[in-house]
Design a protein. Structure first.
Length: 192
């Protein structure tokens, strides 16, 4: 399954465990960011992208041991180097936060407190008709809304697991339960 995707910045250490689990160890000083506040551009994070046509829903389970400032793992949706979203747990101010960065030329950053086990969580992103809906789960069954945002309507997107460590190397991440389907046609506040 993972072999059907394409790497952007393939990590030195990654391996597929069985068919549905991917293990990664991050390389030194990897990140995705564009300009805001810091003034720099980083496009060196690890991203395994599945190409999809039109709208979609993607979902993944993430296991990682976040320890250092800006350690992060989750999912990315990408049109190009200037238009993308990354989301997941990011270690910030001494604690794991559930966060998202939406980039359209420049990056924003929306961290939120996380009540659950940050070493084991799920992400779901749906893109359809110019709208991106981001959800997370602490149990794989209930899916609160994390973000609703405009996102360009395009013929093709690339979506998949993402991880980076801007301040170090060596974050061990396990991705599993990956799925990519047509967009879920659920009401905005449907938590399933």
């Amino acid at each position: 399954m993972w072999q059907t995707a394409e790497w952007l910045n393939k990590p030195s250490h990654c391996q597929s465990i069985a068919e549905h689990t991917l293990e990664i160890v991050t390389d030194l000083q990897t990140d995705f960011w564009r300009e805001t506040h810091y003034g720099f551009i980083r496009d060196s994070g690890h991203f395994l992208g599945f190409e999809t046509t039109g709208g979609f829903t993607a979902q993944v389970r993430v296991n990682a041991d976040f320890r250092e400032l800006y350690d992060q793992a989750g999912m990315m949706v990408r049109l190009n180097e200037e238009t993308w979203l990354k989301a997941g747990i990011e270690y910030n101010d001494g604690m794991p936060m559930i966060s998202s960065v939406l980039t359209r030329g420049t990056s924003d950053w929306a961290p939120c407190s996380f009540s659950g086990d940050p070493t084991d969580f799920w992400l779901r992103v749906t893109v359809s008709d110019g709208v991106l809906r981001l959800q997370y789960s602490t149990d794989g069954m209930t899916w609160p809304l994390l973000r609703l945002a405009p996102f360009p309507d395009a013929d093709r997107y690339t979506v998949g697991p993402m991880c980076c460590t801007p301040e170090r190397q060596g974050l061990k991440v396990r991705f599993s339960e990956w799925s990519l389907t047509p967009p879920l046609g659920r009401d905005l506040h449907d938590l399933t």
